[in-house]
Ligand binder design. Structure first.
Ligand code: UDP
Length: 513
């Protein structure tokens, strides 16, 4: 996509890894498809450092003259002013908890973002083409309006999960009913939701708590933006897209799933080397090579990969039962393990959290690998030996798994993960849930039974794998970018870019009149 004059897009990802990664992928794809664009990703210092370290290891980002470029702008992380709207009905002071500080800091980004947009406008003689912001930065809609640009909301989640999440926050249906089950505005009657699918802070939400007072206004403002981008594809979520579109009543472009090109080329690989292990910029507990050497020795589809994303961990008692169930199942596994809840998640791991001798035993008899803290997830999922994924159902994990045709064993924990899990089971048929949340105990024997069922080539496990394989093909078709054969997500990206370019022309012609 060419351009007559310089175009600037400012991106505002929420400060969490699961949001930063798709925003960066979005920036890379816009860069790849345009000339003469500057894409500035603005975030706090630590997040920018992380993005820069990821990008510097990727050759695709270097730019020659005329090509679009990706820039970074550092915003101050300032939680000193408690900026949440006051709780008018409850005059008790809300304690300035860590989460309150985080919410406060994300609201306080508005002022430096205003300055950033004003500086760009002064320097370039024209306002940025658009601001692409996270749904939790609803204030960006006000910024865009007052500074003569447009705001587009980008949900890094899928259509179904995002709709459930925003609609639940805005309507809190569980609060108005004694029933354990309820319907959610925007969803048909058949999609009943259950209280156990709500994170404890949402279960307790009544509109006056800290969480509601942050999410409700931010989401409401995001629904006043000019349109939404979603990290999914029309083909894999036709139902989700339909209900999401009906609900937001705004232009909606499904431009995903945003995954590195290398992850989408082959249908399976025998080594992870085709995908950059640097993508996530984090260090692996054991050398990546050892992971792949071990995977290379396993049979196709025989390994269960276990990871709960970038932020979550489970309780010590659950860890113990999961280990017992794994060992009893005798199935191969790679388990990304972190200290349990109640301990420093980045701290030392204690062997007492696992059955005695577990790690040595499974390594010795070649049943499995226990990886500390972090593993090259996408590379592991794309290895042909990987047969299923025990996942917290974070959206990135979901699309990474499905893009490789790997079925899921769900253990949703927070955010919109329960709704992703519900969709994976009810609409896609590619998942079964082990449990949900971190409150419930799990039992080793049941874990073993479910692992056996999922890893079984016949029966339900085989069916799930077949369906996941079909979704993998749909994902590949949606993101295909070859001449006239552009997939639906590629076309949606072009439609989106045309929309903001035309929108700018309209704004400029109004100013001239
Ligand atoms: N991830 C990884 N290695 C790990 C854990 C996570 O590479 O050991 C990556 C994973 O591939 C995904 C992201 O971190 O891209 C996690 O995002 P997701 O949306 O699944 O969950 P969140 O971290 O937001 O809860």
């Amino acid at each position: 996509m060419g351009s007559d004059h310089h175009h600037h897009i400012v991106m505002l990802p929420f400060m969490a890894l699961g949001h930063l990664i798709p925003f960066l992928e979005l920036a890379k794809q816009i860069k790849q498809r345009t000339t003469g664009f500057t894409i500035t990703i603005a975030s706090t210092s630590l997040n920018i450092q992380y993005l820069q370290s990821t990008i510097s290891s990727s050759s695709s980002i270097s730019s020659s003259s005329g090509e679009s470029t990706i820039d970074f702008a550092v915003l101050p992380f300032n939680s000193s002013d408690y900026a949440l709207p006051p709780n008018t009905e409850n005059t008790e002071n809300v304690p300035l908890t860590e989460i309150g500080e985080f919410f406060s800091a994300s609201l306080n980004l508005e002022a430096p973002v205003r300055k950033l947009i004003a500086d760009i406008t002064a320097r370039e003689g024209t306002a940025p083409l658009c601001i692409i912001s996270d749904p939790f930065f609803g204030w960006a809609t006000n910024v865009a309006e007052s500074l003569n640009t447009v705001n587009i909301t980008f949900t890094t989640g899928g259509a179904y999960g995002t709709l459930a999440y925003i609609s639940l926050w805005l309507h809190l249906p569980h609060f108005h009913t004694d029933s354990e089950e309820f319907t959610v505005l925007g969803f048909p009657e058949r999609c009943r939701f259950h209280r156990s699918q709500l994170h404890p802070f949402m279960r307790a939400a009544n509109g006056k708590d800290l969480w509601s007072r942050f999410f409700q206004p931010q989401i409401s403002l995001s629904l006043k933006s000019s349109g939404w981008l979603t990290n999914t594809a029309e083909e894999i979520e036709p139902f989700g897209m339909e209900i999401f579109r009906n609900y937001i009543k705004l232009p909606l472009w499904s431009i995903g799933p945003l995954l590195p090109q290398s992850a989408l080329k082959k249908s399976s690989s025998t080594s992870g080397s085709s995908i950059s292990t640097q993508r996530t910029g984090k260090k692996l507990g054991i050398p990546a090579e050892e992971c792949f050497q071990w995977l290379n020795l396993q049979r196709p589809n025989s390994v269960l990969y276990i990871s709960f994303g970038s932020q979550n961990t489970i309780r010590a008692t659950q860890m113990m039962e999961l280990a017992k169930g794994l060992e009893k199942s005798e199935k191969n596994f790679i388990w990304v393990i972190r200290p349990p809840l109640g301990f420093d998640i980045k701290g030392e791991f204690r062997s007492e959290w696992l059955p005695e001798g577990f790690e040595e035993r499974v390594r010795g008899n070649k049943q499995g690998l226990v990886v500390r803290n972090w593993a090259p997830q996408l590379e592991i999922l794309s290895h042909e030996s990987t047969g299923a994924f025990l996942s917290h159902c974070g959206w990135n994990s979901v699309v990474e798994s499905l893009s490789q045709g790997v079925p899921i064993m769900g253990w949703p924990m927070a955010a919109e993960q329960s709704y992703n899990s519900k969709m994976l089971m009810e609409e896609m048929g590619v998942s079964v849930e082990l449990t949900r949340g971190v409150q419930n105990e799990i039992v080793g024997e049941k874990v073993k039974e479910l692992i056996e069922m999922v890893m079984d080539e016949n029966g339900k496990g085989g069916e799930m794998r077949k369906k996941a394989g079909e979704i993998r093909e749909k994902i590949r078709a949606a993101v295909r970018y070859e001449g006239n054969e552009a997939g639906s997500s590629v076309k949606a990206m072009d439609d989106f870019l045309n929309y903001v370019l035309e929108n700018r022309q309209e704004r400029e012609s109004k100013i001239q009149v």
